[in-house]
Design a protein around this ligand. Structure first.
Ligand code: UD1
Ligand code: PEP
Length: 435
């Protein structure tokens, strides 16, 4: 296990550019399985989860070229379906959540896929019912393979239909869309997730010859086509990384510009930070977070205490609540965080409490933060990163703290943040990696 050693208290300033979006990358990379022609994708982040998914695609026979940094050409013209039966495949899927996104395209193109319990963050139950239900609506059948923790999914022919999803699952919606693009007839998905990740996937699929409408809404209509062809695609900036940088700038920044963020695709994210009193200026497609000696948490119009809660898009993404919690620890005022979607994502606040933050963990889903208004600084700590977003939140806390902190299990951070110690180092952070 690797660790970061962070010397806190160094002011950060300058300009930083976000990487391409992890969650979009996982989807569009898997979309390349839908055609035997070249799919060229640029702005692919160089992070563990994405690199492991590309390796897994190589294992099943996808030809991979990397003409430039962040740019890949993927050609799935000779897929080895036998590899899906191997223990090696199952083992690799089990450590990578993005692997679940291969099922829809494999089912659409080859009528066959294997589903195993995929990896990802340990942030509570991560059920796959929505994926299963969607595939079943389209006519797929599931068989549990005795002795192995996997299901085989098969479908001689997928048939379009109307479906109302049980919840707006992000990877579930992406998977069902990819399964439906070559189904016979029309598929209508209601209660579809509509994150920019999904919108981007749909735009790529349409460029590949699919007929998808309703993009950006929770009602998606897909008219099945016979086959798809190659296309090119550029991944959007990672909105979760942009949010992480806003949080970092509020806590430890002396003026930070985040460049080329695609403001139009950030949704409610900047406003969530503004609710905590963080000042954010927009300049073209950049955002600027000036130094702020104090920031004051809003209250609701009726004077009641501010609540920030996650919700399916265009609501507040659950992936930024951990960062928002850290920011609140130095605000003036109090705020209730309600993490509705995941069950175990708030437990990391124990570490912030050890560092001197005033937080009441009410139950696994709710925490109240009483801000210090910078009168008391967080003190350095020794901790392990339980998941990717708690990891970055702890890193931000450590950069703003007094003294030298140590964060272990930083592989969790590496899953989603490209070369983070060097990039933050350019802004003045002192972070050393220990392998
Ligand atoms: C690789 C990837 O893209 N991962 C993202 C994806 O995971 P993933 O697609 O796995 O997450 P889902 O959208 O399926 O669900 C996440 C959690 O939210 C719950 N839920 C979901 C929808 C809903 O309307 N109500 C509800 O309670 C689910 O039961 C589950 O506990 O979406 C999550 C939710 O934005 C993000 O945290 C993950 O970063
Ligand atoms: C929860 C996340 O990732 P994953 O779905 O890959 O575990 C995340 O990106 O915050």
């Amino acid at each position: 296990m690797s660790a970061f050693i962070i010397e806190g208290g160094h002011p950060l300033s300058g300009t930083i550019t976000p990487q391409g979006a992890k969650n979009e990358a996982l989807q569009v990379i898997c979309a390349s399985l839908l055609t035997d022609e070249d799919v060229r994708i640029s702005n692919i982040p160089d992070i563990l989860d994405v690199n492991n998914l590309i390796l897994l695609l190589k294992d099943i026979g996808v030809k991979v070229e990397r003409p430039a940094q962040g740019e890949y050409v993927l050609r799935a013209d000779d897929i080895n379906l036998n590899y899906l039966e191997s223990d090696d495949f199952v083992r690799k899927c089990a450590s990578l959540r993005g692997s679940v996104l291969m099922i829809g395209p494999l089912l659409a193109r080859f009528g066959k896929a294997v589903i195993t319990k995929p990896g990802g963050d340990k942030i509570g139950r991560r059920r796959l019912d929505t994926h299963f239900l969607g595939f079943k609506y389209l006519g797929a059948e599931f068989h549990h393979i005795a002795g192995r923790d996997v299901y085989e999914i098969g479908a001689k022919r997928l048939r379009g239909c109307y479906m109302l999803l049980d919840e707006a699952s992000v990877t579930g919606t992406a998977n069902i869309i990819m399964a439906a693009v070559m189904a016979e007839g029309t598929t209508t998905i209601y209660n579809a997730a509509c994150e920019p990740y999904i919108q981007q996937l749909c735009h790529l699929l349409n460029r590949m010859g699919a007929q998808i409408s309703g993009i950006g809404s929770n009602l998606i209509t897909i008219v099945g086509v016979k086959s798809l062809h190659g296309a090119a695609h550029r991944i959007l900036p990672d909105m979760i990384e942009v949010g992480s940088f806003i949080g970092m700038a509020a806590m430890a920044g002396h003026g930070i510009r985040v460049k080329d963020v695609s403001v139009a695709n950030l949704g409610i994210i900047p406003d969530a930070f503004r609710r905590l009193g963080v000042k954010i200026d927009v300049a073209g497609d950049d955002i600027i977070i000036p130094r702020q000696d104090h920031y004051q948490i809003d209250s609701f119009i009726d004077g009641t205490i501010m609540t920030l809660a996650d919700a399916p898009w265009p609501g507040l993404t659950p992936d930024l609540l951990s960062v928002l919690i850290v920011v609140a620890t130095q605000a003036r005022g109090s705020v209730l965080f309600h993490q509705k979607m995941f069950e175990s994502r708030l437990f990391f606040v124990d570490k912030l409490i050890d560092m001197g933050a005033q937080i009441i963990l009410c139950d696994p889903h709710r925490a109240v933060v009483v801000g210090h208004d910078r009168k008391i600084r967080l003190k350095a700590g020794r901790m392990a990163s339980p998941d990717i977003r708690a990891g970055i939140a702890l890193l931000i806390a450590a950069m703003s703290a007094q003294g030298t902190s140590r964060i272990e299990n930083i592989e969790q951070i590496d899953r989603g943040y490209e070369d983070i110690e060097s990039r933050l180092g350019m802004l003045g952070a002192r972070i050393k990696r220990e392998n």
